[in-house]
Design a protein around this ligand. Structure first.
Ligand SMILES: *Cc1c(COP(=O)(O)O)cnc(C)c1O
Length: 497
């Protein structure tokens, strides 16, 4: 039944069609296997590499300039990646990486990433497919781990910042008492106020700003000597705001502050929230995992009272970036804060669009990757018991390092070590804070540039601190011995003593 081309009622069909798939999948497989072998060789010997090294000029040169019109081919491009990208990572895969709150990643999650990328799921939640159920089960596991009720809702997000935004959005909408989604923040009404300690993470401020409340809605409460929120100051602030005609709306509690790992008294904050009618949002970015430990679980008692809980899986759950989670006690309020269903996203009774939920009704994103499989595969293969053991191990390492610091006359601990973060400095007797700040800044940069170790820095009571945050399952006690020895050695070189 072929018609002469000239008579066809559709555009010409002779132009060749193609895609990104290789002509020869077996050639692709060879390269992919080589990539796996390369990465296994790299990762299994990572401890022998420097903890950090600078990105060379040749690499920066390569990574400038316009996109090629014709590609150089996969093998050549992969070789460029091997030469120019792989040797210069952040280094959180290294046993002596302790910057910020960086997690190591796991080989199990890496395997999951191969699958995630191949399947390339949209993970909308109303697409009926297996990784939707993977995410729902992971959320259930996390609810159980942190003591949240079975009917709480949750969402896998990019990280703690997004999880804080999600939790605080629900808090604002519930506590406003009017339809904020329709009206926006209404300047004619009593301003909403949220309370958080001065040690609270910057992403909370960002969230409050994004929610249209303005930084003035964030009442910063001072901390005590142990860096936990000062309760009398909090109660005074709440009373003062009420007296001034503002509306206290929510309390943001820290389970593990980013600077020192301090945890606010969660039981007391839950009581105050209850009594004052405040939403209790807990930022447990990494500290929530103390709940899984045997050594520090008491510190986060009360976590389970949270109306919303934000935490990361890429920090103290060791998963590959980026993955975090928001849990909300009040499912309906969570849904009501984000749900929008246009015609093109309607669910069907059967078929692909008949999935069990709609993840976009619980957060900002619509299309999302199936990253839940990372944590699912790590938990499924290794068990939660492994996580408990490793969190305990990191706490023991932090205590070990703290004890070593206290034992050295020339080192000084700058904050109590509550969980997995140690703050210390090189401080021989008789030197003032100002020069010590300078010396310790130099020590930190030397640790990095000599490839010895990568702690980060912060300021504790105006003092420059070498800050060691241990979310690293590759660190061993000897790594901390090496850190102590190097800090002493570099410090003495710098001061020429
Ligand atoms: C890291 C961190 C955040 C932000 O999390 P991201 O995953 O980096 O977005 C928020 N709060 C605390 C306490 C953190 O440590």
């Amino acid at each position: 039944m072929s018609m002469p081309a000239a008579e066809m009622p559709w555009p010409e069909t002779s132009s060749p069609e193609s895609g990104f798939d290789p002509e020869d999948w077996s050639e692709f497989a060879k390269l992919a296997h080589r990539a796996v072998d390369d990465m296994v060789a790299y990762l299994s010997a990572i401890g022998e590499q420097p903890a950090w090294r600078p990105v060379p000029e040749a690499t920066k040169q390569l990574l400038r300039g316009p996109a090629p019109e014709a590609g150089i081919g996969l093998e050549a491009a992969y070789d460029e990646v091997l030469e120019h990208v792989v040797p210069y990572p952040t280094g959180n895969i290294h046993p002596r990486f302790w910057s910020w709150v960086g997690g190591t990643g796991t080989p199990q999650a890496w395997l999951a990433d191969i699958v995630i990328s191949a399947l390339n799921a949209c993970n909308l939640g109303f697409d009926e497919m297996a990784s939707t159920y993977v995410e729902l089960q992971l959320i259930d596991w996390l609810k159980a781990l942190f003591g949240m009720p079975d009917d709480a809702s949750g969402l896998i997000v990019s990280g703690g910042s997004m999880a804080n935004l999600v939790g605080l959005t629900v808090a604002r909408n519930v506590k406003a008492g009017y339809d904020v989604r329709a009206l926006g923040v209404d300047p004619a009404r009593a301003p909403l106020v949220f309370y958080a300690s001065s040690e609270t993470h910057s992403s909370v401020r960002k969230a409050v700003e994004l929610l249209g409340l303005g930084t003035r809605a964030l009442r910063i409460v001072p901390v005590r000597r142990d860096f936990t929120i000062d309760l009398p100051a909090l109660e005074e602030a709440i009373a003062a705001d009420r007296a001034a005609g503002s509306q206290p709306a929510g309390l943001i509690a820290n389970a593990g502050t980013v600077n020192t790992g301090a945890t606010d008294p969660l039981e007391r904050l839950a009581e105050i929230s209850e009594r004052e009618g405040l939403w209790l949002h807990v930022d447990g970015a990494f500290g929530a995992m103390a709940k899984a430990s045997t050594l520090a679980r008491e510190q986060v008692a009360g976590l389970e009272h949270a109306d919303s809980l934000a935490f990361d899986l890429h920090k103290w759950m060791y998963q590959q970036y980026d993955i975090g989670c928001a849990l909300v006690r009040h499912r309906q309020a969570h849904f009501d804060s984000f749900n929008v269903t246009p015609a093109y996203l309607r669910k069907m009774a059967r078929g692909l669009a008949s999935g069990p939920t709609d993840f976009s009704a619980y957060g900002v994103q619509l299309s999302r990757s199936a990253k839940a499989l990372r944590a699912w595969l790590t938990i499924r293969s290794e068990g939660l018991g492994k996580f408990r053991a490793l969190v305990d191990q990191n706490i023991r390492q932090a205590r070990y390092l703290s004890a070593r610091v206290e034992h050295e006359a020339d080192l000084e601990l700058l904050a109590p070590t509550a969980l997995n973060i140690v703050n210390f400095r090189y401080a021989p007797a008789g030197i003032a804070d100002e020069p010590l700040n300078e010396v310790n800044r130099e020590i930190l940069m030397a640790l990095h540039t000599r490839g010895i170790a990568t702690p980060s820095s912060t300021e504790i009571d105006g003092r420059f601190s070498i800050r060691v945050a241990i979310c690293n399952h590759r660190s061993r006690r000897a790594d901390f011995d090496a850190l102590v020895a190097s800090v002493l050695e570099i410090g003495r070189q710098l001061l020429m003593i």
